[in-house]
Design a binder for this molecule. Structure first.
Ligand code: PEP
Length: 248
């Protein structure tokens, strides 16, 4: 089954309105003939300006988080309807930095995922093991738990993008090998098959994330189960275009 590749950037807490607009302007002509879907997930305050900057291009703008409630007393949070109002299409959920520094759990990942789907946003649900979990052989248990709990109650799994991001590879310059990434993502696909159905699993886009860059993207993207990348550091520069054009 052919799945359309999807390369998304995660700006994290980087860029300003000015530098963001400049980067999108420079990226647009470089990625216009991409064979994959392309998105940049940006800090919430930059969304309106980046949506304008990306107008008329094939770059979609995403958010880095979303709250599960429609509205209410949740200081500092943003609802799915607020994102939709500006034309946001994607939202990252459960990034390891949110799990590590902001108390995100499988339960809150699940609530945010259901709220995003309800609003017709595409959630990019991040899962991944810590270094000690990889070393003590519990990677598959950790990923199984994150998938089972995080995706509870999802009706149509094909509307969810999964980003497999081994925590030890994020921002460290230490990428999973092509084989490690393929083997783990194949496991994730099998698990989705068990939780949902084998046919549904074949349709789900599963990205790799963790120090993916202009140099290693070809090898990773050549793996049969890897359908794209979630790119942190390299999405802040023109290298992002090289990754988007990995097949050229
Ligand atoms: C990320 O932020 O999801 C990520 C993978 O970061 P980096 O590419 O910098 O490792």
């Amino acid at each position: 089954m052919s799945r359309k590749a999807f390369i998304a950037g995660n700006w994290k807490m980087n860029m300003t309105a000015e530098s963001g607009k400049k980067l999108i302007k420079e990226l647009a002509p470089l990625v216009k003939d991409a064979n994959c879907d392309v998105a940049l997930c940006v800090p919430a305050i930059l969304i309106p300006e980046m949506i304008k900057a990306a107008e008329g291009t094939n770059i979609k703008i995403g958010a880095e988080n979303v709250h599960w409630a429609k509205s209410g007393a949740y200081t500092g949070e943003i609802s799915a309807d607020m994102l939709k109002e500006y034309g946001v299409e994607y939202v990252i959920i459960g990034h390891s930095e949110r799990r590590q520094y902001f108390g995100e759990t499988d339960e809150t990942v699940n609530k945010r995922t259901l709220a995003a789907l309800d609003a017709k946003l595409t959630p990019i649900v991040c899962i991944g093991e810590l270094l000690e979990e990889r070393e003590n052989g519990s990677t598959e248990n950790v990923l199984s738990r994150q998938l089972t709990e995080g995706l509870k109650g999802v009706d149509d799994i094909s509307k969810v993008v999964i980003a497999y991001e081994p925590v030890w590879a994020i921002g460290t310059g230490r990428t999973a090998t092509d084989e490690q990434a393929q083997e783990t993502i194949a496991f994730i696909r099998r698990k989705i098959g068990e939780l949902f159905c084998p046919e549904c699993a074949k349709k789900v886009i599963i990205q790799y994330g963790g120090s993916m860059n202009a140099g290693n993207c070809k090898g990773l993207m050549a793996q049969p189960d890897i359908d794209g990348g979630l790119i942190g550091g390299a999405s802040l520069k023109l290298d992002f275009a090289t990754i988007v054009n990995y097949d050229k």
